[in-house]
Design a protein. Sequence first.
Lengths: 114, 113
Amino acid sequence: DVKVTQSSRYLVKRTGEKVFLECVQDMDHENMFWYRQDPGLGLRLIYFSYDVKMKEKGDIPEGYSVSREKKERFSLILESASTNQTSMYLCASRTRPTSVETQYFGPGTRLLVL
Amino acid sequence: LAKTTQPISMDSYEGQEVNITCSHNNIATNDYITWYQQFPSQGPRFIIQGYKTKVTNEVASLFIPADRKSSTLSLPRVSLSDTAVYYCLVGSNYGGSQGNLIFGKGTKLSVKP
């Protein structure tokens, strides 16, 4: 079974802090994603990485950066956390796209910025 | 980009069949339709995917009309454990660019005893 793990289930940070969210997958997937999920807005893509050291901006990249130094690990960085970044953050991975596109999601990190 | 529209919420009772429809008027030729299920405090989980006509697996069926501008997820004889949010996703599997994958806002299904 594919396993996607996230470093924390719950996180509380203060405004202005630098925040690191880590995601690790164990299936040698090329593609990895970071989403945020807010009530009434569904899932919104922050960043996408299609291979090591490769990244693309998603729909809402402002205030975030990412790092993919190793294939199995994709990190989301909040350079200076703000209260409007309080949200559920979900990481996902998939193989290089084929005829069946399936993303495997981690359990999520619920971040509260005070 | 093919955006999707789904009902915000639906209610059902145990043992009933539930049909959730997703509209995607601007679907492109290469786009597939994929549905995910999400329980509270968990990440979404893949349910089913299709391109046209009908697809069935052990969990659900997916009906896609000839014009592909909509699709219907059908859950047979739901139970309380099917209470979840269901997402409709339309996108292409080719090209490698994430820019053409879009999640809908989801339909919250509540199954009552």
